[in-house]
Design a protein around this ligand. Structure first.
Ligand code: MRU
Length: 316
């Protein structure tokens, strides 16, 4: 059964609170654009394409309520700085607003197009996956991170449903545990064989010959193919290269920032150190010790075997 991260209900947005997963399935009813902005910032919804879709509905809610379009746009934009889909979707909504287009139709189109792109990437990407492959993935790039199906996890889904008998190593993905909480939850629901590993297990598994390829998503891709993705992605790319293992990135065109060139052009989100020092309100580090929390890192093109998009495969 395929899960959904959000659902537009004609005049409000239902959002599955991903902070509560996998223990509880709590749905939030968002009626105000500021609630949408807060949900993105606090990571009730996360994953670049899902953030973009939800922000589009947030823009619709704000403008419909008679708020100033420019301030709605800025409030939603100032939530998370790295995921390019957020900026892409808001720009598209703003353009639609200026042209007097139907904003509800535009937001729905953004959602539908993302879903279709994911299905297409699944079809294209599964051809790269050998039968019986043991795939390592990082963070959550599935239905929860998109309008449905998923990017990297979408390729994994498509490979599974085409009878490739794949197996998935799921990086737990510190500190938010998007791998162990969300990816494992999605795989479990669909009966796709997998095992959760700590992030630091990847290298040892590769050395033992237990990983056939690495598949990850992306939050922003520059014109020269530097890829920003969940912290830990770069380390995986270095490990994959050292072990001669293919390293694939799966992302729709809405993740490609044509204005960005070179790794310094990407703003990397830094989040609160408390998110590293506490898990679900329980302290796991001395209160006095400082921590550094980069939410993303950047993988250079030379570490990437291929980038799979809905338009085809790019070899950086
Ligand atoms: O901080 P998050 O959970 O929003 O980070 C998500 C990721 O890094 C994903 O890999 C990326 O957004 C691609 S999701 C299809």
């Amino acid at each position: 059964m395929e899960v959904k991260a959000f659902e537009w209900k004609n005049n409000y947005l239902m959002l599955l609170d991903q902070r509560e997963l996998p223990e509880k399935e709590v749905w939030l009813e968002l009626k105000h654009y500021r609630e949408v902005a807060k949900a993105i910032k606090d990571m009730a919804v996360r994953g670049a394409p899902a953030i973009g879709c939800v922000a589009a509905y947030g823009f619709l809610l704000g403008v419909r309520a008679g708020e100033d379009a420019e301030s709605v746009y800025h409030t939603l934009q100032n939530t998370r700085p790295t995921a390019y889909n957020l900026f892409w979707a808001l720009d598209r909504m703003k353009k639609a607003f200026m042209k007097g287009k139907d904003l509800e139709e535009e937001a729905k189109a953004i959602e539908k197009e993302d879903y279709m792109a994911n299905k297409k990437m699944g079809e294209i990407g599964k051809e790269l996956i050998p039968k019986g492959a043991r795939i390592l993935t990082h963070c959550n790039t599935g239905a929860l991170a998109t309008a449905g199906w998923g990017t990297a996890l979408g390729v994994i889904r498509s490979a599974h449903y085409s009878g490739k008998e794949i197996f998935v190593w799921v990086d737990e993905t510190r500190p938010y545990l998007q791998g162990s909480r969300l990816t494992a939850w999605e795989l479990q629901k669909e009966g796709i064989p997998h095992k959760i590993i700590t992030d630091s297990t990847a290298g040892f598994l590769m050395r033992k010959g237990l990983v056939d390829c690495v598949i990850v998503g992306a939050d922003r891709i520059t014109r020269d193919y530097f890829v920003a993705n969940k912290i830990g992605t770069y380390s995986l790319s270095v490990l994959a290269k050292a072990h001669g293992i293919p390293f694939y990135v799966v992302a729709p065109k809405s993740t490609f920032d044509e204005k960005a060139y070179g790794e310094d052009s990407i703003k990397i989100e830094e989040r609160s150190q408390e998110e590293i020092k506490n898990i679900k309100g329980i302290s796991i580090a001395p209160k006095e010790s400082p921590a550094l929390h980069y939410a993303f890192d950047i993988t250079p093109p030379e570490n990437i075997t291929a980038i799979i998009t809905e338009e085809g495969i790019i070899k950086p």
